[in-house]
Design a protein around this ligand. Structure first.
Ligand code: ADP
Length: 255
């Protein structure tokens, strides 16, 4: 059992999180299960694009490269796999950062940040004919850790764009109340059933695995939103109805 304890503590240190040392074996066993699930999920997620990359490389080397059209279409698939691996690795690093000590507090103009994030998705927004509206005081400056605040906003906006119906409307709203920032993202997309609403914040949990995979998701986005909101001393709330849409609201204290 000492070995189990050592392994568990080492595993959590490796993942960048230092947990209080506990000798409660039930808790240790639970942590080990969480860690095993996480490793299992990560390996599973990594395997798919890697298997695809190997398969396409081998086929190209076996002669398929001599046909320019095949070459081009295979390279495009391989590029997609590589991007998928890149974003997965980035998000895994994000979910295991020792986040509370490293970052300094700065003043963030929320309207500018929201506009910048939306601009990054201009191509998808245009393709899906979405109407994205940002509402909030242009001059609002919020004191926070940008390295944590930006991924929160980015993941919520990205989800709204992914899960919105075509020609849908997305409302990004923010305002300050006392010492808190209220930042919410509303879409009129597919919505989420009541019984799924708690689970979607778990790492790697996806309501519809096939559809999420097609849209490039990996089930880490909302886990990052929840973790980072809590590290910043805030919380995230969901209000969602299937077929009507979802609203995610983050409430964060000014630092
Ligand atoms: P993903 O990368 O799959 O989007 P997330 O952690 O961001 O992972 O979200 C987890 C799951 O929650 C998604 O797979 C999806 O099923 C559901 N979800 C998240 N945001 C929305 C939304 N705005 N509308 C509907 N479903 C959503």
């Amino acid at each position: 059992s000492q070995r189990l304890l050592d392994v568990t503590i080492r595993a959590f240190k490796d993942s960048g999180r230092i947990f209080g040392v506990t000798y409660d074996m039930t808790r240790i066993a639970q942590l080990e299960k969480l860690q095993n699930d996480f490793v299992g999920n990560v390996s599973h997620e990594l395997k798919t694009p890697i298997t695809s990359l190997i398969g396409f490389t081998e086929t190209l080397l076996d002669g398929a490269k001599d046909d320019p059209q095949t070459l081009e279409s295979f390279l495009k698939i391989m590029q997609k796999d590589a991007y998928r691996l890149q974003s997965l690795v980035q998000e895994i690093i994000q979910t295991s950062k020792n986040t509370d000590v490293n970052y300094v507090t700065t003043s963030v103009n929320v309207a500018d940040l929201a506009n910048k994030i939306v601009d990054d998705y201009a191509a998808v927004i245009q393709e899906k004919h979405l109407n994205v509206i940002i509402t909030g005081p242009e001059e609002l400056v919020f004191n926070t850790k940008i390295e944590l605040f930006k991924p929160i906003c980015k993941n919520l906006i990205e989800n709204a764009i992914h899960y919105a119906s075509s020609e849908g409307k997305i409302d990004i709203t923010f305002y300050q109340e006392n010492d808190h920032l209220i930042f919410s993202v509303q879409d009129d997309g597919i919505g989420i059933k009541q019984q799924e609403q708690e689970r979607i914040f778990e790492r790697f949990y996806r309501v519809d695995k096939a559809r999420s995979r097609n849209s490039g998701g990996n089930g880490l986005g909302l886990a990052i939103v929840k973790d980072y909101s809590e590290i910043l001393g805030g919380k995230v709330q969901i209000d969602s109805y299937p077929g009507v849409g979802s609203t995610f609201t983050v409430t964060l204290p000014s630092l």
